[in-house]
Structures are given as C-alpha cells and as structure tokens.
Ligand binder design. Structure first.
Ligand code: G6P
Ligand code: ZN
Length: 544
C-alpha cells in the first residue's frame, strides 16, 4: 500500500533562493529534511497545481538522481497529476524550459548548480520554473523563502523508487510518471529555428567545429544535433558524457575553465569554430579560429544578424541585456530601430519582456544568450545561430567581428572577479561605494572624469515591479563604464564582480588588446573602491 506521510520538520534559515534558485554544497543538501523542506516550500507557495503536470530533470550532477526520487514522491503526495522526467533524470535547463512550455506544464523543478563544480564536496541546486518555462520571478521566490522560514511539515509518498531510466509511463500513487527522451523535443525545436540544410552543406564543404560539453549535460544534445543531424564528424563533441562530478572539471565555459578549447582555437591548425557550454547547458562560450568573442559582443553580433536564420527572418521586436553587459547591443538596437531593455543580472528578469513580446533576443555578459523560443538562456541555440550566420555569410568569425566593429565601433570589455572574499568585507566595500555615489560625479581618476554614478534600480515595464540595489555604476565622460556588484550565485564567501567597459568609435583604434585598452579603467576601479584595501587581493582571481 502507498501511504502519504506527513513528516514533521523545522525550518532551515539558509534557504533563500539566489540569482538562480537555491544553491548549496551537496553536504548541506544531504542534511535530513533539507531538500524536502525546500521542495515543500515551493509547493506551498503555489496554488492550483492539483492534477497538473510538473517537469523534472537536472544536469546529472551528484545527488541529481536521489533528489529526483524525493521530488517525484513529494509531487505525488502533494497532488500533481503527472510528472514528466527526463530519462536518467537528465534535462538541460533550456530543454526543461521547452518541455514545460510544449507540455503545458504548471511548472518545473530544475536540479542544477549551473556552472559550479559537482561531486560530493561540491555544489547542488534546485530551481523552480513557472509555466512560461522561465525561472520563477522574485515575488514567487520571495514567497518560497518566506515559507522555508515557517515550514513545519512536508508531504511525501511512501513508495519504491521509480525507474527513471526506461522511457515510458508508470504510476506513483495517484500520479503518472512519464520518462521522456530529454533530447528529441529540443532538437526538433532547433530544426524549426535554423537552416540545418545550409549548416550541413557548410560542414560537408569542410567547415570544422569543436564543441566542448565539459562532461556536463549538453553532451547528448550536442552529439545528436551537431554530429547526427548536422553531419559533423564523430568526435566533434568533446567530453560528451555527462558525469556526476563533471570529470573533476569546473563546467564554466570561460577562458580559465575552458582553457583547452581556447588553446585549440588559438593553435595554427585551429578549427573554424569552437564553443563550449556549462553544467546545465544554458551558457555558451564562442571562439572563432584565432578570435575570442566576448559574450557581450556575441549578443550584439547575433542580434545584428539574426534575420539570416529562418526563425528570426521577420526581424526582432527588441533586445534585452543585463545592466553589466556591455552596451554593444545598444548600438545594434539603435540601428535596427528597436527598443533595448536594460535589466538586472539574472535571466528571470527577461521573462516578462519575452512574454509580452517586447524583446526577441536577450543576453548577459555571464555567457548567456537566448531568445523567445524558450524562457532560459540556451548554449546550443547560441552556437546554432552563429553557425547559421556563418553559413549564410560565408565569412570567418574574425571577419564578422572586424566588420561589426567597423560598422558600430567596439566596446572593449572585461570582467574582473575577486572570489572567496569574507562576506563582511565585501559588504563593507559595497556599502562604502554606495555612500560615495553622491560625491563621485565631477571627480577625476585614472579612468577620466566621472559624469554620473548610481546604484542600478529596475522597474519592470510590464508589471511595474521594482528591483533595487542591483549594482553600482560609474559612468565616465567618454562613455566608459565601471560596474561593481556582488555575485548572487556563489556558495562560499562573496565574489566581487567588477565590469569594465570602454567604447571606441568607428574612427578609433579597433585593434587594441583588451587589457591595454582597459588598463586606465582598471586602475580607476581600484582607486574608487579600494579593492585591495577591503579584500587584501591585489589582483582578481579570474578575468573573463
Ligand atoms: C546565472 C544566471 C544568470 C546570471 C549569472 C551570473 O547563470 O542564470 O542570469 O547572469 O548567474 O550571476 P552572478 O550573480 O553570479 O553574477
Ligand atoms: Zn548554467
């Protein structure tokens, strides 16, 4: 007999969802009742899901399978009618978003800590996505957080584990569990957006691609799409098998953690195009042969050329970027005569704009790009749009970049991260910066004269909700910009992110080394925020 148990529990005080759901060390999630409390708090914050469908899946990291079993039994005990779970518990974040949308699900639970490492001593995460397929908006995550602080019971079905490895349907109490192919629906969606025939032709003619799945979730997606459907040779996708600890790699596609790809792309015999994605498949890194493309530039180029892909042939409604993302996309929007929206960091802020049909393409400096095809950023989508553009334009990535800068000017850009700072020191640095905002305009430093300073606040144009304290911005008279904010996705201490940008017009020097172009602004950031004084670090941990 299957019995619904009501289990007594006490709140954990550390279950506040961050930029992208609840992320903690695996050991934290392994505490008795920890995952259960959070999942019940999600369910308790929702109404009207009885008999409805829930989507469940994750990036395959350590604890993925265990938490899938728990959430299946809890979904059954809480009255969901059906759960669609990716085979093996696997669903990339964009594929989960698509599945929620295409199945008309009430929402979904995505198990991932994105680009953070996996394994028994590393990170795990749970994120709730709403019916539009996107991350829950702040009013929902606030309600979830409030509930975690008062929860006293959770409901779970006493039952054997469900077979999540065999495709098909089974019963769990009164609920149906449907194990679905995690790749097929998503790959089908990609075929509707891009000119697969043109890309295949380009591949047949000898175009070479290297895609690094970083032993994370995109492996099966990339093999199916790039190797099987687009005809790239076997082996094009590297590290293609998702592993619970990502093979001890840090599945963050940046120049530090995807160094192997970078070196391959800079070698004399480099392929034409290289890319990587992160743990859960929503981020992307783009490197052409001998040509690294910053995520901010990638957004601008994709927006400027999207009309070359069938899914975007009728043009874009608008472009949205997070505030710290460079302003390169703004110039494209201006030229196209479409609106540009500047949002706080976090993909969830794009959801309303996409739902309202105000924006078509969105992007963030943190290696995220996507469109209204789903409500998450999408690594493989970004690679396919690049390939479609390359197939249509018949130019190299380096030629496309040079042409773009010649037309729009260049936003030299870098992000400096100071990691694992004691939280009180990081907070003190930000507090001092905020205090200095009124005094800064008109003052000069190594970067030039500051013309304006503020702490970014965003009013969502669709529902007028306001998000404050989203990062301190310094604007310089020449259009340069420095932004300071603390990361919302870390699990240890605090990470200070300093975003540095300098615009050079079409008549300026478009061929500088980024570090050289930004050097005076890097010094200015030190002067204004006394980073070394507060953090004890005289250089960033990571530059991307
Ligand atoms: C996640 C979110 C992104 C966000 C990124 C960086 O990947 O999905 O939307 O840009 O984290 O966040 P952080 O707060 O660490 O800078
Ligand atoms: Zn991710």
């Amino acid at each position: 007999m299957r019995v619904i148990q009501t289990v007594a529990t006490t709140p954990f005080t550390d279950q506040k969802p961050g930029t992208s759901g609840l992320r903690k060390k695996v050991r934290v999630f392994q505490q008795p009742h920890y995952a259960e409390n959070f999942i019940q708090s999600v369910f308790d914050s929702l109404t009207g899901f009885e008999g409805q469908t829930l989507v469940a899946g994750g990036d395959g990291r350590y604890l993925n399978r265990e938490v899938i079993q728990i959430l299946l039994k809890m979904a059954a005990a809480n009255g969901f009618g059906r759960v669609l779970v990716g085979q093996g518990g696997i669903l990339s974040t964009p594929a989960a978003s698509h599945l929620i949308r295409s199945s008309g699900a009430f929402g979904g639970l995505v198990l991932s800590a994105s680009h953070n490492p996996g394994g028994p001593d590393e990170d795990f995460g749970i994120k709730y996505n709403v019916g539009n397929g996107g991350p829950a908006p702040e009013k929902v995550t606030d309600a979830i957080h409030a509930r975690t602080l008062s929860i006293d019971t959770y409901r779970i079905l006493e039952a054997d584990d469900v077979d999540i490895d065999t495709l098909g349907t089974s019963r769990l109490g009164d609920m149906t569990v449907e194990v679905v192919d995690p790749v097929a629906g998503y790959a089908g969606l990609m075929e509707t957006l891009f000119d697969f025939a043109a890309i295949r032709r380009m591949m047949d003619e000898g175009f070479t691609l290297s895609f690094d799945s970083m032993s994370a979730v995109t492996g099966p997606y990339a093999v199916e799409i790039f190797e099987k459907r687009l005809g790239a040779p076997q082996g094009t996708v590297r590290n293609a098998i998702p592993l619970p600890d990502f093979g001890h790699h840090h599945p963050d596609p940046n120049l530090v953690h995807a160094r192997e790809l970078y070196d391959r792309m800079m070698a004399p015999d480099a392929p034409d195009f290289g890319a990587a994605s992160d743990g859960d498949g929503d981020r992307n890194l783009i490197i052409g042969r001998h040509c690294y493309v910053t995520p901010s530039d990638s957004l601008a180029v994709l927006a400027a050329n999207a009309h070359l892909a069938p899914g975007y042939a009728s043009g874009l409604k608008g472009i949205a970027r997070s505030m710290p993302t460079s302003c390169a996309a703004d110039r494209v929007a201006e030229k196209l005569g479409i609106p540009l929206y500047e949002t706080p960091t976090g993909w969830k802020f794009f959801g309303n704009l996409l739902d309202a049909g105000m924006a078509t393409i969105c992007g963030e400096e943190s290696a995220g790009t996507g469109s209204d095809h789903v409500r998450e950023k999408d690594g493989i989508w970004a690679v396919l749009l690049w390939l479609n553009i390359l197939a249509a334009r018949r130019q190299s990535v380096a030629e496309i970049m040079a042409g773009h800068w010649a037309a729009y000017g260049r936003n030299y850009y870098a992000r400096h991260d100071y990691e694992a700072i004691a939280k009180d020191r990081a907070d003190a640095l930000m507090a001092a910066l905020r205090d200095s905002i009124p005094r800064l305009p008109g003052t000069a430093n190594s970067g030039g004269v500051i013309s304006a300073a503020d702490d970014f606040a965003y009013t969502d144009p669709t529902d007028q909700s306001v998000s404050r304290n989203q990062g301190v911005r310094l604007l310089f008279e020449d259009g340069s910009r420095i932004v300071f904010r603390l990361s919302g996705t870390g699990t240890e201490g605090a990470t200070l992110r300093v975003y540095i940008e300098r615009y050079v017009g079409t008549d300026g020097d478009l061929g500088m080394q980024t570090a050289d172009a930004l050097e005076p602004l890097v010094r200015a950031a030190q002067e204004v925020a006394d980073i070394a004084g507060y953090t004890g670090m005289d250089r960033p941990s990571v530059i991307t």
